[in-house]
Write a protein of this length. Sequence first.
Length: 528
Amino acid sequence: MMKRNFYFTGHRLTVFHWDGKVFTGACSFEPDDDGFAKFEKYLGSVANVRTKLLVDVIEEDFRVESVPHVYGKDKSAVTERLLDRYYRSSNEFTYSEILGRQKTGRKDDEVLLGAITNPQLLEPWLEVIERCDVPLSGIWTLPLVSKDILPVLKVKSDAVLLVSQQVSSNLRQSFFKNKKFISSRTSVLNQGEDEHDQFGAHAEAEISRTLSYLRGQGHINSDEIVEVHVLTSSKQVPSLQSNLASADNRRHHIHDIASIENDIGISGLEGNLSDGLFSWLCLKGFMNKGHYGKTNTFKQFYYSLASSALYATSIVTLIFSVLVTEANISESMEVSRSVELLEEQEAKFKTTYDTKFKEFESVLNNAKLMNASVDLANQIKKGSRVSPLDFFIEISRTLGNAKVGPISIDKIVWSSEQVVENKKIKKVKYLKTNLVLDYPIQHVAVLTGRIPDSSNDYRASVKRIHSIVEILKSNPRIESVKTLSMPVEVRSEKQFSADGGSSSAVKQNEDNQGKFSLEIRMKAYEDA
């Protein structure tokens, strides 16, 4: 089965074709108007096969963070907040993975975070891919895919630094600890495509710099030995052998790319770089999930899966129908006549499929209307997650701050609204939540509570309520806090709740002592 891989380096996009045994061809496109036009023309002239996109860019960042060991939605919420803190501008081009728990201290989880920090580099290519209805199955990042080459290299060490060149002017270094990806960096080399004599000196300097950084970050112990595996061409092996000297804390292994390709049984790749090798690693998996992108980016791929399922169902129905027909007519007719009737029946079924079922195959492959259904389903799913529980959990966490102090909550009246912003006149209006409308959703709640209050110290009561309001506003999800009532009203249109008066008024003041009411607007979880 023919497969195709788009390999994007930031400098250009290369297309690799793989027929299951050999790479049958490759072509490249530059990131300019002419390159985009040629890429679109190419996609319109070749078979529209399922495709994967492999990304290898300098503008990619990875970091390992410690987070509390929690479960379910809490774990997702913690991870989402970290991604939003570090990579807010990366949108859907972010990645996270739980690496495991720490062995000491609180035994927190260690989570790997990653993102393309400049997604604008990739977006023009994705627009062309979407415009041409290419069934893109996912977006992978080369540093994470490169982990699959370790078994091929028969790596057994706990600490491994993998060094490779996919572009002649760059050097990629990825670090793995206990078979888990930890970090990766790309450095620029002052080297042309045909300059191989100085490669060893350049590589030695960059490898030493990377290992020093990893030891400084605590990823490698001072006495731990690191196995350095370098993927290179035969032309650069002599330069590496003369410049890479194994020391007490590191060992070097040099691998010829052509030998690796021969060992794993792939052919058709040319050149001295390992971009084709990593493209093969990306292509050899089938349904494994990509690292970047949201479901809507790959809708054409899911349409093609539905089309294939319909075709397979039609063929099964055809075979079953033929068998039933044969069983019925064989009882009353000779074998030769039965064969003739079966051939006629088979031709009818094929004609029926071409005239009826094949129409559905075309519809599923190009069903633009299904996009609206998917968007509506996603909006309904998004709206269904907006519940009082989310609001109550977030408010509880905020009011649980030690700075808030003793507080009692008597009542919460919750609802939700959608925010419509008119940027031209800089005006915002609020609508009743309608899941069909694609506007941001907000929690709207009136919170009534009490604080310990001294009937004589009005200033302290007012200051206490202002403090609670400021703590609530410090939560990034809370849009606004409006004070509806206070234990002591100092506003001109109100009266002091502790003013003197009749006995009934005094009794009412006692009942309202320390009581306050706030209107809180909070962004829904999906829009936070």
